[in-house]
Design a protein around this ligand. Structure first.
Ligand code: SDX
Length: 462
């Protein structure tokens, strides 16, 4: 029975009895052997478990995918208990100490560190694709002056799909390569244009003489000077921040990119889905919320009261906690080490004192330690962005810029995975069934949906 039931394992051999679960359905007394592979069982192997021939069979139920592997991946490894993060097997600490963001982007997408010649070609390609079609400026100008830059980035990245229709040929590896180059090259330009639009400043075009982070600083901050000269310490700090934010296995926004990409849509549209997911305050939007939280706390003296409100669930300790890390997020540790280097250039951000004391008090408090809540990547990053004089609503944009390379790598891997099919989960249906239509004159009010009156909405306001 075990042999017939056991599926072939990935090595082509038959799984032995020890690599199986024996499941007894107490409704029928039937026993099933389910193969265990890489610490997982296949949800489809439970479909055979039925109570009758016409039974659909068992499904697994896992809202938010708390305990579900959605794919096989070799891009990013996280050990949440140990606080380990590796890109293609290289520890994040070594990459931050010795690599550059563009080299890391190459590593994530192509799987190996480039040779000097490969890196030079990669940097040349990206440097020479930083311009965007002039029409993009018309889209940006269509936004209100106070439009959130993540909303503008979401729209303009999606709009890129209309300028590169050949990107729909996702089976063409050259098209996929060009989409990777164009997205990595143009997202900083789109981000800077959104920022300049918010301030009513003229756009600054890319400067090919500058490094990738240096060019971004120029497009953001250049004013009347003939040539913007970025401070090398800030260039390096940005490069390290972008290495830290480049990828993080199957996070919410990567799941969105893989899900949307599984319909075989073009990569620009799939990346726009990633931007939309990252925009959320529980995900990439947290760095913006951390600084707003520190502003609300105002002083170290107010920390005990704030933490009490968190424990009473009136507040959330933004920048703390993680679905995978149940230890200190290694990225937060590295960012904290770089904070002082940035402040040596920009001047010290007084909110750092509140953040450091807040972390100390939280990590001394059983409420947080019992829930394994530690600082995550967003806890300190906002302080650096604020010291760079970035407005708070640009902070998540600073996350989206580097995560573009991780999204591309994950999207590419998904397309290469022979198990990839269009993502289409099932559901547990809890609604009504087979009701007869009720003529409107015979209906009684069954819902309390909001109406203009209940929400004092002025219908004339549109
Ligand atoms: C990112 O997934 C990734 O890899 C994401 C990311 C990446 O690089 O892509 O790392 C980037 O998104 C980092 C996370 C940024 N978000 C925040 O800092 C927002 C604040 N943190 C959370 O809301 C929360 O911790 C999450 C969303 C990050 C994780 O939520 P989970 O895994 O669903 O955990 P949970 O909500 O089930 O919390 C478990 C317990 C609960 O307490 P109980 O109800 O069991 O008593 O911990 C509590 C939660 O109430 N809790 C918090 C808390 N986070 C969790 N309590 C106070 N403050 C918090 N921040």
């Amino acid at each position: 029975m075990a042999e017939e039931q056991a599926q072939r394992d990935d090595g082509g051999g038959l799984a032995t009895a020890r690599d199986t679960l024996t499941v007894t359905d107490n409704r029928t007394g039937e026993t099933y052997d389910i193969e265990v592979t890489d610490g997982t069982v296949r949800a489809m192997d439970f479909r055979q478990i039925k109570v009758a021939e016409d039974d659909f069979g068992l499904m697994t139920y896992d809202p938010a995918f708390m305990n579900t592997a959605s794919c096989r991946s070799s891009i990013c490894f996280i050990d949440g208990e140990a606080g380990v993060l590796e890109y293609r097997g290289y520890p994040i600490e070594q990459l931050c100490g010795q690599s550059t963001y563009l080299e890391v982007a190459y590593l994530l997408i192509y799987g190996e560190l480039p040779t000097e010649e490969q890196l030079d070609e990669w940097v040349f390609e990206i440097t020479h694709h930083t311009f965007v079609h002039e029409n993009i400026k018309k889209f940006v100008e269509g936004f209100r002056y106070d439009a959130h830059p993540m909303g503008m980035l979401l729209a303009t990245i999606g709009a890129l799909s209309t300028f590169y229709p050949d990107a729909k040929n996702i089976d063409d590896t050259l098209e996929r390569h060009m989409a990777a180059v164009r997205l990595i090259a143009k997202v900083p330009t789109l981000a800077a244009f959104a920022y300049r639009h918010n301030l009513g400043l003229p756009y600054v075009y890319p400067d090919n003489d500058l490094s990738y982070p240096g060019n971004f600083l120029s497009m953001m901050f250049k004013m009347t000077e003939t040539k913007y000269e970025p401070d090398p310490r800030l260039e390096r700090a940005l490069d390290v921040l972008w290495i830290l934010h480049a990828d993080h296995e199957q996070n919410c926004s990567t799941n969105a990119v893989r899900g949307v990409g599984s319909s075989e849509v073009d990569p620009y549209s799939a990346m726009a889905a990633g931007v939309a997911a990252l925009y959320g305050p529980l995900h990439g939007g947290a760095n913006e919320q951390v600084v707003r939280m520190l502003e609300r706390i105002e002083s170290v003296e107010n920390i005990p009261g704030f933490l009490e409100r968190v424990k009473n669930r009136e507040e959330r300790l933004m920048g703390f906690g993680h679905r995978v890390y149940k230890n200190y997020d290694p990225r937060a540790r590295i960012i904290k080490e770089h904070v002082d280097q940035v402040f040596a250039v920009t001047g010290r951000n007084p909110k750092l004192d509140i953040a450091v004391e807040l972390e100390k008090r939280a990590l001394d408090d059983e409420y947080f330690t019992s829930r394994k809540l530690y600082p995550n990547v967003d806890f300190y990053s906002g302080l650096i962005y604020e010291a760079l004089n970035l407005p708070t609503d640009m902070f998540t944009v600073m996350f989206a810029i580097p995560r573009t390379s991780g999204w591309i790598a994950q999207w590419d891997e998904m397309l290469e995975d022979e198990e990839t099919k269009i993502a289409r989960p099932r559901q547990i249906y809890t609604g009504a069934r087979t009701r007869d239509y009720t003529p409107i004159g015979e209906r009684t009010q069954l819902t309390d949906k909001p109406t203009a009156e209940t929400h004092l909405i002025d219908p004339a306001a549109g």
